[in-house]
Design a protein around this ligand. Structure first.
Ligand SMILES: Cc1cc2nc3c(=O)[nH]c(=O)nc-3n(C[C@H](O)[C@H](O)[C@H](O)COP(=O)(O)OP(=O)(O)OC[C@H]3O[C@@H](n4cnc5c(N)ncnc54)[C@H](O)[C@@H]3O)c2cc1C
Length: 483
């Protein structure tokens, strides 16, 4: 590792690490990013995981919060190669023996297909109050816990969102609205009877009415490549192949920002942090894991309802009750026979992902932390339920089990993918309850990963807010290099 002094060293080049580095570099700080892998990108990377010519998203696939991120929108990422591709619909939610429920950008088109005027009105009443100033809404929603710019609207959002998805679903008399909400709320990886799952469901619905949930042209790696290119243009440096296990490995710097799990921060920086804080970092909860599959396909997925092909994301699992039962089972440590499966079909919206006439498929389901059960046939059976003949289109598959996820990135503890449980006890106080959650008791050490507010997803907001906190420290105290 070449060790010219930097104002800040960032450990990890995921979307949050790179966002923190860009924020610091834009403010004039000299920045060095150290990445353990040979490639940058963390949870936003693309690779040929199955056959030559098939480009798969190693982790994140679809980016509703990426396209709406106030931070990404402020950056000239298009000039550095990022292009969002918008599908005709954000979500398709197939149900047995009836047309799929579709989340489409116009509220009216979504509402009117929910199966009756009563549920259409309930849907409009649910989403419309928050769609008057979407940029302002998402700025508040993706900020750390603080006084919002629009407190009354956020209070109104809280009044709905603090409730469970199960409670919010009672607005709908029919199965279609309830299923659409369940599919969006289950992104929380929480039982749907828990508080806050209503907020997660509502956020994803709202996002779909502002921008169709997009994929990145060429693959999710284009997001982090654009951030890295922007960083280099600002003078920032990135070194790959440097797995940091101890503070002794780090070159001198005024500040250190960790794009890692709290557990990793505790291990690496143990000598520089007080025991009480370390204990709290070790108590951090990561939650269930993901079992992921990527496919090279001989053609489009043969959905019973071909409208499903219009969506970037397909939520599989059937009714609200089925999805709720599957998610509750995972929290009991069980593997549901009919899991909730989150599926993306990127190549339908980005022809660069697969050879002519071929397609890619990406899906995962939730499993208990550290699970070693192979769910390939169970996931594929759930797809076959809504797309008979799917298996016949498979040319090759790649299985990524929880242990593979953790081997890929030690921050994915037990195979957990969202930076830690998003429940009431942890969403606003990640990694521990502090006025400034990005800071640590050591004035030179910060956490900037998805284990800080506002949590998981490729939006860069954790990195942005952590760097804002670090910049204040740099400007006010100008700390000397640590070593
Ligand atoms: C299977 C899967 C599917 C997902 N799907 C989506 C999706 O569709 N949409 C979405 O928005 N989000 C999705 N996510 C979540 C999203 O990818 C993460 O929330 C996001 O990447 C978090 O960004 P981050 O910068 O905090 O951390 P990461 O992206 O995890 O990046 C951390 C980086 O730090 C490096 N690192 C860690 N420890 C060290 C160390 N000790 N030394 C050096 N380097 C280190 C890692 O190698 C990695 O590159 C998914 C995640 C997974 C795993």
């Amino acid at each position: 590792m070449s060790g010219a002094d930097a104002d800040a060293v960032v450990v990890g080049s995921g979307p949050n690490g790179l966002s923190a580095a860009v924020r610091l570099a834009r403010a004039g700080a000299s920045v060095l990013v150290l990445e353990g892998h040979e490639q940058i990108g963390g949870g936003a990377r693309t690779a040929q995981l199955t056959l030559p010519g098939f480009h798969h998203d190693v982790c994140s696939a679809v980016h509703p919060m990426g396209i709406l991120s106030p931070w990404f929108r402020e950056l000239p990422l298009e000039e550095h190669g990022l292009r969002w591709l918008r599908p005709a619909a954000s979500v398709a939610h197939p149900l047995d023996d009836q047309p799929a429920v579709m989340l489409r950008r116009p509220v009216e088109e979504t509402a009117s297909a929910l199966g009756g005027e009563r549920d259409a009105r309930a849907y409009r009443r649910l989403v419309e109050p928050f769609l008057r100033d979407p940029p302002g809404f998402f700025r508040d929603a993706l900020a750390p816990f603080r006084i919002p710019r629009h407190p009354f609207r956020l209070l109104r959002f809280g009044a709905v969102g603090l409730r469970s998805a199960a409670a919010v679903a009672k607005r709908f008399g029919g199965a279609r609205g309830r299923a659409l909400l369940a599919g969006c709320a289950a992104h929380s990886i929480l039982p749907l009877e828990q508080p806050l799952t209503g907020a997660v469901g509502l956020m994803f619905l709202l996002a779909g009415h502002v921008e169709p949930w997009p994929v990145a042209a060429g693959g999710s790696g284009a997001i982090t490549s654009a951030l890295a290119s922007l960083l280099r243009s600002l003078g920032g440096r990135i070194q790959t192949g440097v797995q940091v296990t101890s503070l002794d490995q780090l070159p001198p710097a005024r500040l250190y920002l960790f794009d890692t799990s709290p557990a990793q921060l505790a291990r690496i920086a143990a000598p520089a942090l007080p025991p009480g804080y370390l204990r709290r970092l070790h108590r951090y909860r990561y939650g269930p894991a993901a079992f992921k599959l990527d496919w090279a396909l001989d053609g489009s997925i043969p959905w019973k309802d071909p409208a499903c092909l219009q969506a970037s994301t397909v939520h599989l699992g059937g009714t609200f009750e089925e999805i709720a039962a599957a998610e509750a089972a995972v929290w009991r440590g069980e593997h549901p026979e009919r899991p909730y499966v989150l599926l993306c079909q990127q190549s339908e919206h980005d022809r660069s992902r697969a050879p002519e006439g071929k397609h890619t498929g990406w899906a995962y389901c939730h499993v208990p932390s550290g699970s070693t059960v192979d769910l390939t046939s169970i996931v594929e059976r759930q797809i076959e339920r809504f797309a008979p003949g799917f298996r016949d289109r498979i040319l090759a598959r790649r299985v990524t089990a929880p242990a593979d996820l953790e081997a890929y990135n030690p921050s994915y503890k037990g195979g957990a993918i969202t930076g830690g449980v998003n429940d009431l006890g942890q969403l606003f106080t990640r990694p521990v309850a502090r006025l400034d959650p990005y800071s640590t008791p050591n004035p030179r050490i910060f956490l900037c990963s998805a284990s800080t507010p506002p949590g998981g997803g490729v939006h860069g907001m954790c990195g942005y807010h952590a760097a804002t906190s670090a910049l204040l420290r740099l400007e006010r105290f100008r700390p000397a290099p640590l070593r």
